[in-house]
Every structure is written in C-alpha cells, then in structure tokens.
Design a protein around this ligand. Structure first.
Ligand code: C2E
Ligand code: MG
Ligand code: MG
Ligand code: MG
Length: 291
C-alpha cells in the first residue's frame, strides 16, 4: 500500500516536471517568436538627484507585450538565458535604449542611460564590441552609459567576468552594482571592483523610517559609498518619508514609484519639461502614482 502511494507520488511528481518542462519549452519558442515579431519594448524609469529632483538619467527595463499583456522580465529572463535568447534580446535592448536616449540628448536633454546585464551577456563573445558598436551607431557618448550588474553576480564572478567589466569600463562607460546589500560583498572587495555607482536594494529602502536596523544600514551604505567616491542611488523610493530620510542622510540619487514608474518614451516625454540648461525635474512631493 505504502509502495503504491509512493509510486503514485512519483507519478504526480513526474507529471508536474513534464508540465514544467513543456511550459519552459513553449515559453522558449514564444520568446524566439517574440524577438522576430518585435513584441519587446523598452520602458524607461527616471533616476533623480534627490536634493533638486533633477532627472540625471533613465534606467531601461525590458517589457514583453505578449497578446496585449505586459509580461514582467522576472517571468521570462530566466527562460531567455536558458534558451540562448538572452544575448540577442539584451543586444536589442541595448541598441534600442541607446538610440532613444541619444535622440533625447540631441533634443538638448542632458541625461544618462542605465542598462541591466545578466552574466550571460557579459560573457558573450564580442560583448565589448557590441557595446562599442551600440554607442558608435547611436552617437551616445560612452560616459552617458552605465551598465548595471547585480551584486551577487559580482561576488560570485570569475576573474574573466571582472576582466570583461574592466574592458567595458575602458570604453568610458560607467559600471553600477545593482541590488546592493543583498549579495554580501565585503567592503574590501568593493574597493577592488571597477565600479562607479551603487544602487541600494529596495529591501533596505523599504524599511526607511519603519525599521531601525534597515534605516541604519541604508545610512551606512550611503556613507560608505560616498567615502569610496561612488555615486549612490536608492532604489524603490515609494513614500515621501523615505525621500526625506534619504535627503537627510545625504544619499544623492533615487529612483522609485514616488518619482515615476517605468514608462514608454512617450510617457517620459509627457512627464518632463526642459529648462534652458537642458535639465528636467520631476516634482517629488506627491504620493505614489497608482498603476
Ligand atoms: P532592477 O534592475 O533592480 O530594476 C528595478 C525593478 O524595480 C524594475 O522591475 C522596476 O520596475 C521596479 N521598481 C522601480 N521602482 C519601484 C518601486 O518604487 N517599487 C517597486 N516595488 N518596484 C519598483 P522590472 O522592470 O520588473 O525588472 C526586474 C528586473 O529584471 C530588473 O531589476 C533587472 O534585474 C531585470 N531586467 C529588466 N530589464 C532588463 C533588461 O533589459 N536586461 C536585463 N539583463 N535584465 C533586465
Ligand atoms: Mg537595475
Ligand atoms: Mg535593482
Ligand atoms: Mg531587483
């Protein structure tokens, strides 16, 4: 009896695994089609200087418009990596985003662009050349581009990965550690990395004013970042109280729903108005814009 039951469980398990594999295969072929049929889009989320609310740059975030519904990256990037599509998809995002931000800059808007990278993309053959080509073809100056890599990727990273990042930095682009605080990089390690920016993970920022430890940790990261000469960006700023605390801590930059959700280029254009110096600000005292 027990054996039967156990066998039944194995069958249920096998059936579930089969369903999982089928779902992934299907997702993989859907993704392939999505790439050829251009179902992907890039949205941009503003990053602001907290003291002045000036927009310093935008982060490119990929969206998959599948049957009229926007699928978040977390639901397909893993599959894109497994099915070999991450490199062509990432290259498309890079070229598309560089072209858009270069157009904004041609219209007099002095902003930067951030792009997210998975380890697969960084390791791809000719990746440094692809970045150089995207810059040259769009006319975006290298110094206007920041490449974001998650802290855990850097901590687990091979010497080859770090060398690649150094080669990218030699192009004149900036490097950012994304989701900082979650990957347990030591401060000694941080000093050795070829990085310019750290982005404090939302899991710290969310606790501002609500959790003493998280508030203290956020303050510490902001201070250490500054002491190391890095630009610090707080991610996931949703409440005015977080903004006030970050300003008081001297955290220079922020990003989050309080400032703006990620938007299509037309949405960004509707949001910002350039002053004669080629700057745009986003008023920061409202509450969270609902979805
Ligand atoms: P990330 O780089 O840490 O991007 C920030 C994520 O937080 C984005 O989610 C953004 O929409 C979301 N976010 C921004 N402000 C707030 C806020 O105030 N509250 C909350 N709850 N969320 C906020 P998204 O667009 O779903 O992207 C998730 C992750 O997927 C990104 O995390 C990034 O690691 C990855 N990703 C997105 N686009 C690309 C891409 O083109 N290439 C690569 N390689 N990865 C990408
Ligand atoms: Mg990012
Ligand atoms: Mg992040
Ligand atoms: Mg994240």
């Amino acid at each position: 009896r027990a054996k039967n039951l156990g066998g039944g469980r194995v069958e249920v398990f096998a059936a579930k695994m089969h369903a999982d594999v089928m779902r992934r295969l299907e997702l993989g072929s859907d993704l392939q089609r999505a790439l050829t049929e251009q179902q992907f889009a890039v949205e941009f989320q503003p990053v602001v200087e907290l003291a002045t609310s000036r927009v310093t740059g935008v982060e490119a975030l990929v969206r998959w418009w599948r049957d009229g519904v926007s699928v978040p990256p977390e639901e397909f990037i893993g599959t894109a990596e497994e099915s070999g599509l991450m490199v062509p998809l990432g290259n498309w995002v890079l070229r598309e985003a560089c072209a858009q931000v270069a157009r904004w800059r041609e219209n007099g808007w002095e902003i930067g662009l951030s792009i997210n990278l998975r380890p697969r993309e960084i390791a791809a053959a000719h990746f440094v050349d692809s970045v150089a080509a995207a810059l040259a073809d769009s006319g975006l100056p290298p110094g206007a581009l920041t490449l974001e890599v998650k802290e855990e990727v850097l901590v687990d990273g091979s010497d080859e990965l770090i060398e690649r990042l150094s080669a990218l930095r030699d192009l004149g682009v900036r490097l950012a550690i994304d989701d900082f605080g979650t990957g347990y990089a030591s401060l000694a390690f941080l000093r050795q990395l070829p990085v310019d920016v750290i982005k404090i993970d939302p899991s710290f920022v969310s606790g501002l004013g609500r959790d003493e430890t998280l508030t203290l940790l956020t303050r510490t990261i902001a201070r250490v970042g500054r002491d190391l000469g890095l630009t610090v960006v707080a991610e996931g700023v949703e409440r005015p109280e977080q903004l006030e605390l970050l300003r008081e801590m001297g955290c220079p930059r922020g990003q989050g729903y309080l400032v703006s959700r990620p938007m299509a280029p037309s949405g960004i254009e509707a949001l910002v108005q350039l002053n004669p110096r080629g700057e745009a600000s986003i008023p920061l005292h409202g509450s969270v814009i609902s979805a």
